[in-house]
Design a protein around this ligand. Structure first.
Ligand SMILES: [Zn+2]
Length: 353
């Protein structure tokens, strides 16, 4: 395990999409993709030089009667590389003149509320951690990322991508933080794909929570608002139909598998973490459909509690599937419908438990 793997920067745009843009985009788009790759590289190095990840704090102790309150800070990056930038709105401040700043403030508040109300988790680390966001990061920057301490959003190039401020993306990035503070999942191969998958699963659940949509009503898309009308595609990823989120002249075709038979062994993207995440993503989608109602009421509870109990940063898909079935047993009882459906969901994506 190299040093770099322990200190990933969690970008929302998968490397395979940047490769496609470099291959098929015009000169300007190619330069953009190259710039983003360089930026991700620089951020990764900066993160590697920063303090190591905090140790696992166990299941968050929050259970007390005092209401936990969010503590948000939104910064304006001023189109520069430096982070976090200039503080423009902190907790309790009146709205800023910038609509984008207010949107980030409101959406991060929604993510905080979701974790608190539905999982009794007080912020990202379970201990009331300040939620820090920077908007207007660099010029026309087409990415968003969690760097271990904060979220960072680009405005997009305006040609392929709109602003990266989107609830599913915010939920995704903050959940990388939740995973990090729940014992972590090494960002390589299957454990890395699980890390990506948990970020997607909670990202779409937060959207469903905000829109009060049942599992049957929801779109199950990550980054539904991200593409400009120029792009042929619905979103970055689909949990309902991995592999069918987009099919575009420049971005190429969504490469995600939905079944273990199509697992991709890759030397890039930490072993295809943004690709193979399609498999556990689809298992969660299936379970939520089987159980019906709101995804966070049962399926989400199983996934969240399994994340808290896992304590295995190198978990494989099979380890994780096992833990979710065990958790369904603990939450709903042996021989319960929920436990049987959890097992069935994994079986249908090629992971028998
Ligand atoms: Zn991610």
């Amino acid at each position: 395990m190299t040093h770099i793997h322990r200190h990933p920067v969690h970008c929302i745009l998968p490397p395979h999409m940047l490769e496609a843009i470099k291959m098929r985009g015009d000169a300007k788009q190619r330069r953009m993709a190259e710039r983003i790759e360089k930026e991700a590289d620089a951020a990764r190095k900066a993160r590697a030089a920063a303090a190591p990840e905090r140790a696992h704090l166990g299941t968050p102790a929050f259970a007390g009667p005092a209401p936990a309150l969010p503590n948000r800070e939104v910064y304006n990056g001023g189109y520069k590389r430096e982070l976090p930038g200039r503080l423009v709105r902190k907790e309790g401040d009146p709205p800023s003149r910038s609509k984008l700043v207010n949107t980030v403030y409101d959406l991060t508040g929604k993510v905080f509320e979701f974790y608190l109300k539905e999982f009794k988790r007080n912020s990202i680390d379970g201990q009331g951690m300040t939620i820090i966001s920077t908007v207007h990061h660099r010029r026309k920057y087409s990415n968003a990322f969690w760097n271990g301490r904060q979220m960072v959003f680009g405005d997009g190039d305006g040609v392929l991508f709109k602003s990266f401020v989107d609830l599913s993306i915010i939920g995704h990035e903050l959940t990388h933080g939740v995973v990090q503070f729940s014992g972590g999942l090494t960002y390589q191969d299957q454990s890395g794909a699980l890390n990506e998958s948990l970020a997607d699963v909670f990202g779409v659940m937060i959207v469903q929570y905000a829109k009060k949509q049942t599992a049957a009503e929801a779109s199950w898309l990550v980054g539904e608002e991200l593409f400009t009308p120029e792009v042929e595609g619905d979103a970055l990823r689909s949990l309902r139909a991995p592999g069918l989120a987009y099919d575009d002249d420049i971005l190429g075709k969504d490469p995600q598998p939905y079944h273990m038979s199509f697992y991709v062994s890759s030397c890039t993207d930490y072993g295809g973490v943004h690709i193979n995440s399609g498999i556990p993503n689809h298992a969660f989608y299936l379970l939520a459909q089987y159980l019906g109602g709101y995804s966070w009421e049962k399926a989400g509870q199983i996934w969240y509690q399994a994340m808290q109990s896992l304590r295995n940063p190198k978990a494989t898909f099979a380890d994780w599937a096992d833990m979710t079935v065990q958790t369904a047993w603990q939450l709903f009882g042996a021989g319960s419908f929920e436990m049987a459906m959890t097992r069935r969901a994994w079986k249908l994506v090629g992971i028998p438990v």
